[in-house]
Design a protein around this ligand. Structure first.
Ligand code: ZN
Length: 272
C-alpha cells in the first residue's frame, strides 16, 4: 500500500526505550521511513487527496500525527522520573538537518489537541506529572512555524479521569456520542476554541478520542453539519492503509505502542 498515517503520544514516557517512550520511537522511525523511501506529507494534503480521490498510488506517502497535545509535543522537558526528553517538534527539526531529512520535501506533523483548558489542567495531574505541562500557549507559535500543525481532538476527550465532561455520562468512551448537543459540545466547541487561538479556519480535521466512532457521528452529525463543525475529515485508530476509497469520516491510522512496538514491526507495516 502507498499511504498511511502514523500516530504517537508524546506523554507515553515510561522509560527511555523504543518500547516505552514515543519520543525514542519517533526518532528511530523517521530514519526508517527515509531508508524505505517514504515521503512525509502534511496530513491536510493527504486528507485533501482522499476527499478528492486523488491519492497517487505511485508515491509512498506517510502522515505523522500526535494525540492529546501536551507540552511534550513542543518543549524539551526534564521528566521527573525519566530525565530530559526532546520534544516531538525538536525531533522533527533535528531530523530535518540530517542527510535523510534533507531529502524530505516538507517535514510536518499534526498534533491533535484537547481543547478545554479545564480538562487539560486536570489531565495534567491525572495522566501526567502535575507540573502544569498541558497548556495551550504553544499552539499559535506551532501553527505559525509549521513543524507541527494543531488539530481537533475534541473538547475534553470524555476522559475517564475528569470530574465532569461535556457529555456527562459514560466517561472513558467516545462511541457514546449519539445526540446533536453531545457532538456539538465535543466537536464544534473544540473547533471554536482552536480557531480562537490559532486563527479562523484552523480546525479542519478531527481525531476521535480513544479512536472510538459512533454511527451518529459518522452517518449524521459529521456529514450533515459541516457548516457548523467546519471539518473535512475524521481519523480513527483502525490500523489500515489510506486509499482513495477511504471514507473521509473514518480515515484509518496505525498507533505506536499498539499496532507496532519496534522498528521491525513498523518495517513490516511499511513493506506490506
Ligand atoms: Zn486521545
Amino acid at each position: 500500500m502507498t499511504a498511511l498515517i502514523l500516530t504517537y503520544h508524546s506523554i507515553n514516557i515510561g522509560g527511555n526505550e523504543y518500547s516505552n517512550n514515543d519520543h525514542v520511537a519517533l526518532d528511530m522511525d523517521l530514519r526508517l521511513l527515509a531508508e524505505l523511501g517514504w515521503t512525509i506529507t502534511p496530513l491536510c494534503a493527504m486528507v485533501d487527496a482522499v476527499v478528492h480521490r486523488k491519492l497517487d498510488p505511485t508515491n509512498k506517502l506517510v502522515a505523522l500525527t500526535f494525540d492529546d497535545g501536551s507540552w511534550f509535543d513542543w518543549y524539551d522537558l526534564d521528566h521527573p522520573t525519566h530525565g530530559q526528553q526532546k520534544s516531538m517538534a525538536n525531533i522533527l527539526r533535528d531530523f530535518s538537518k540530517t542527510n535523510a531529512g534533507r531529502s524530505q520535501p516538507l517535514i510536518e506533523a499534526t498534533s491533535f489537541v484537547i481543547a478545554s483548558p479545564q480538562a487539560r489542567a486536570q489531565l495534567d495531574v491525572t495522566c501526567m506529572v502535575g507540573r502544569g505541562w498541558w497548556g495551550d500557549e504553544w499552539w499559535q507559535q506551532a501553527q505559525h512555524e509549521g513543524v507541527i500543525r494543531v488539530q481537533n481532538h475534541s473538547w475534553d476527550h470524555n476522559h475517564i479521569t475528569l470530574d465532569s465532561t461535556a457529555i456527562l455520562r459514560e466517561k472513558g468512551r467516545f462511541s457514546v456520542v449519539s445526540t446533536y448537543p453531545e457532538a456539538d459540545a465535543e466537536i464544534r466547541q473544540a473547533a471554536d476554541y482552536l480557531d480562537s487561538i490559532c486563527g479562523a479556519g484552523t480546525s479542519t480535521i478531527f481525531a476521535y478520542p480513544y479512536g472510538e466512532t459512533s454511527d451518529y457521528l459518522v452517518r449524521e452529525y459529521l456529514p450533515n453539519h459541516m457548516s457548523e463543525h467546519r471539518l473535512a475529515a475524521a481519523l480513527t485508530t483502525e490500523p489500515e492503509y489510506v486509499t482513495n476509497d477511504s471514507n473521509r469520516w473514518l480515515i484509518p491510522r496505525f498507533v505506536c505502542g499498539c499496532d507496532w512496538k519496534s522498528t521491525e514491526d513498523l518495517r513490516t507495516i511499511l513493506q506490506k
